[in-house]
Design a protein around this ligand. Structure first.
Ligand code: ADP
Length: 582
């Protein structure tokens, strides 16, 4: 309770006031008493002179017996006790007692002083009067010799009574002044500490998050200046917190839009901050990740070793890591921070896949070119070697050369087409397309080819089929490709069926055959460029047809897929959006 600055100030004030007032009243009491006694002494000194003068005549005339009566008279008039003593200390007269019964007074201090020639005074206990008294004595000189001593005395009880009254007034006044001073001191200390208490309350509120507290400035003293400084600090703090919050929000927004995983790790390898991409990469929610160690999050020792290396060497570490399971490729950059590290994880699996596709593509092209080019080379060399002289052989060779050149031309055309579709350079003429009409045109086109191959080519189209929103020519191109493959990979007596149907808001178009089918493990790859499921049976195909079909269908806003059972047949289906949604 007495810990507060207010109490300390109050107690200090109170002690100071008590000490000062106590000292002052003690001094006053002493001063007043001294002054009072001095006055009294002066009064008694004047009286005793008169008494001495009055007695002098009797001593000169030897009328000793009249002296006691004189003392009585003077005593009665002055109200003091009057004593006359001769040079040997014998009391000659006393206003209060019978001198004959009184002992020798020659040894009394004031009498001794007077007998020595001066004026003597003393305050002491009177054995005669049995109380404290003030004495003043003067010598009575007769013919140049000290013949006796006149003494006047007054009981101090009276003096003390008068002094007591004055003392009570001094003490009472001091007590009142002290009380008023103490009350004022307490009031001042309260007024001084009130704003400090208010500041403490405000600071506590700010500590609990209630920023922007403002205190009223009521004075220009130190406490007022403290309040001003507090208000300034509070406003600045609020601004700073707002700034930091907006910076943090910006940072969070940036982090959340970055596609690469970002993890902020402390010196103990514990994850402190993660972005959305990191949560997706490591399939853990942010709440779960924060607080875990890096190895617990990434579950890969190679990834963890990059971080450990960074924390140990305090140098940036960059590495590409292949993780299991799922065979994903991560490029990891660990950058040292003041304490801990910032780890950036890029999923480069797709990049790697595309690189592989590009490499395969180039090797496939070179392989596909090498075969016809090798044939051409052989044919040309054979002709140069003399076959040209033989007209029939020469014509046959030229025919074969023509076929190989056609193949190369087809491949060049298809590659050009694929690249144009892939790069989006092909302009699509999107309009409502009568799918039945397209199917009929394609069936008509392949009628002869199917008959030649001993196959039946059928159509299965409902009487009412909504129109598709597509480019009619491109749809025909896809269908030609699929029917061409179906006829190519179906043995005589087989059947190829082109069907169309409406499903949801799409039109489904299928080409089903009873052909050789595609092995299950190869099915997912047949839409890749240059992919030929069964090289032996692929005939003269380039392996680009399905890739082109897939790109066209996707450009038209549809999907394409294949189902197949090896030895039984295949069904290729693609969808097109309906022109008018149902
Ligand atoms: P290609 O020009 O070689 O036919 P595609 O891209 O059209 O190239 O076909 C790729 C591969 O898919 C073919 O080589 C073949 O192995 C397989 N394929 C396509 N259609 C069929 C089908 N109807 N029946 C069996 N296999 C097929």
């Amino acid at each position: 309770m007495f810990q507060g600055i207010g109490w300390r100030i109050s107690i200090t004030f109170v002690v100071l006031i008590l000490v000062c007032m106590g000292g002052l009243s003690a001094y006053l009491l002493h001063f007043v008493k001294g002054n009072y006694l001095d006055n009294l002494r002066a009064q008694l000194a004047a009286q005793v002179q008169l008494v001495g003068d009055a007695c002098k005549t009797y001593l000169e005339g030897g009328e000793i017996e009249k002296i006691d009566a004189l003392a009585d008279r003077l005593g009665n008039k002055s109200g003091s006790r009057i004593t006359i003593i001769d040079a040997s200390g014998v009391v000659l007269g006393d206003s209060k007692r019978n001198p004959r019964t009184m002992e020798n007074h020659g040894n009394r201090p004031e009498v001794l002083e007077a007998l020595a020639g001066g004026s003597g005074s003393s305050i002491r206990y009177s054995t005669t009067m049995e109380c404290d008294m003030m004495y003043v004595a003067v010598p009575i000189v007769v013919d140049g010799e000290i013949a006796g001593v006149a003494r006047v005395s007054l009981p101090l009880a009276e003096v003390n009574e008068s002094l007591g009254h004055v003392n009570r007034m001094i003490i009472g006044g001091t007590a009142v002044a002290t009380t008023v001073a103490i009350l004022l001191a307490v009031q001042i200390s309260r007024a001084t500490t009130r704003p400090i208490k208010r500041l403490t309350q405000m600071s506590n509120r700010m500590a609990h998050g209630e920023l922007g507290q403002k205190i009223e400035v009521t004075s220009q003293d130190e406490v007022g200046k403290l309040a001003e400084a507090f208000n300034l600090m509070s406003a600045r703090l609020k601004e700073m917190v707002a700034l930091l919050t907006s910076e943090r929000d910006k940072m969070a927004a940036i982090l959340s839009t970055i596609d690469d995983g970002i993890l902020l790790v402390d010196g103990e390898s514990r994850v402190a901050v993660v972005n959305w991409a990191a949560q997706k990469l490591f399939r853990l929610s942010g709440d779960k990740m924060v607080g875990l160690t890096f190895i617990e999050v990434v579950r890969d020792h190679e990834l963890d070793s990059i971080l450990q290396q960074c924390l140990k060497t305090r140098k940036q570490q960059t590495k590409v890591v292949e993780t299991e399971p799922g065979r994903r490729f991560f490029k990891v950059i660990a950058t040292p921070l003041d304490s801990g590290s910032l780890v950036l994880v890029q999923d480069i699996s797709e990049l790697r896949r595309l690189e592989t596709v590009r490499r395969d593509f180039i090797s496939n092209i070179s392989h596909e070119l090498r075969t016809p080019l090798a044939s051409l080379k052989v044919l040309v060399e054979t002709l140069q070697g003399g076959a040209i002289e033989n007209g029939a052989v020469a014509r046959d060779f030229l025919c074969k050369i023509d076929i190989e050149v056609d193949k190369l031309t087809q491949m060049a055309n298809e590659l050009g087409e694929l690249s144009r579709i892939e790069s989006g350079k092909v302009s699509l003429n999107m309009e409502p397309v009568d799918v039945e009409g397209v199917v009929k045109r394609v069936a008509e086109r392949f009628k002869m080819q199917a008959e030649r191959g001993g196959l039946s080519l059928e159509m299965d189209i409902p009487s009412i089929l909504p129109r598709a929103l597509a480019d009619g020519e491109r749809v025909e191109q896809v269908l030609v490709n699929l029917v061409h493959n179906a006829i190519k990979f179906t043995l005589p007596d087989g059947k190829v069926t082109i069907s169309a149907a409406a499903e949801g808001d799409s039109i489904l178009i299928s080409v089903a055959d009873t052909g050789v089918g595609i092995p299950a493990d190869e099915l997912p790859r047949i839409f890749e460029r240059f992919y030929k499921a069964d090289k032996a049976r692929a005939g003269g195909g380039t392996g680009l047809g399905l890739a082109i079909a897939k790109h066209i269908v996707e450009a038209l806003g549809g999907k394409i897929w294949a189902e197949s059972i090896e030895g039984k047949g295949s069904t290729f289906t693609f969808t097109l959006p309906m022109a008018v949604k149902p």
